[in-house]
Design a protein around this ligand. Structure first.
Ligand SMILES: [Zn+2]
Ligand SMILES: [Zn+2]
Length: 132
């Protein structure tokens, strides 16, 4: 995927991190009569998202940190939008988010399947006898 604001190129997850680090100002905050909104506009098609932020605290430090999280949410929406609306090819090859954090493949944990199975059996026999 390409960053819509600069030359950066990377996978969706990398682009998301890049957006948060390099283009945080693209997420705009608006206050109207005691209500706060955040929004982001797609630079490719001018499609905009705008959502109300539910008030959760008045402590300045808290709001500051909260805003950082809001930005990540907004960039998340933008990355999805870019994938779906402007990069259908990348969307079809993008890895599912959960795949990377799932359990490692058996080969990665120390040997062929038959050896893993043998080790597992040995560990079970040693750990807890049949009497328990
Ligand atoms: Zn960029
Ligand atoms: Zn767009």
């Amino acid at each position: 995927m390409n960053c819509p604001w600069c030359e950066f190129e990377g996978r969706p997850r990398e682009l998301h991190a890049h957006l948060g680090e390099t283009h945080p100002e693209q997420v705009v905050f608006e206050e109207r009569i005691g209500r706060t909104f955040y929004g982001i506009t797609c630079p490719c098609c001018d499609d905009g998202y705008r959502h109300e932020i539910k008030p959760r605290g008045r402590d300045a430090g808290f709001v500051e940190e909260f805003n950082a999280q809001i930005r990540l949410v907004a960039f998340d929406m933008l990355v999805n939008h870019l994938l779906v609306e402007h990069d259908p090819e990348a969307a079809s090859v993008a890895e599912p988010e959960d795949a990377e954090v799932g359990a490692p493949a058996p080969q990665a944990t120390g040997g062929p399947a038959w050896l893993m199975e043998a080790r597992r059996k040995a560990a079970e026999d040693g750990d807890a006898g049949p009497q328990t």
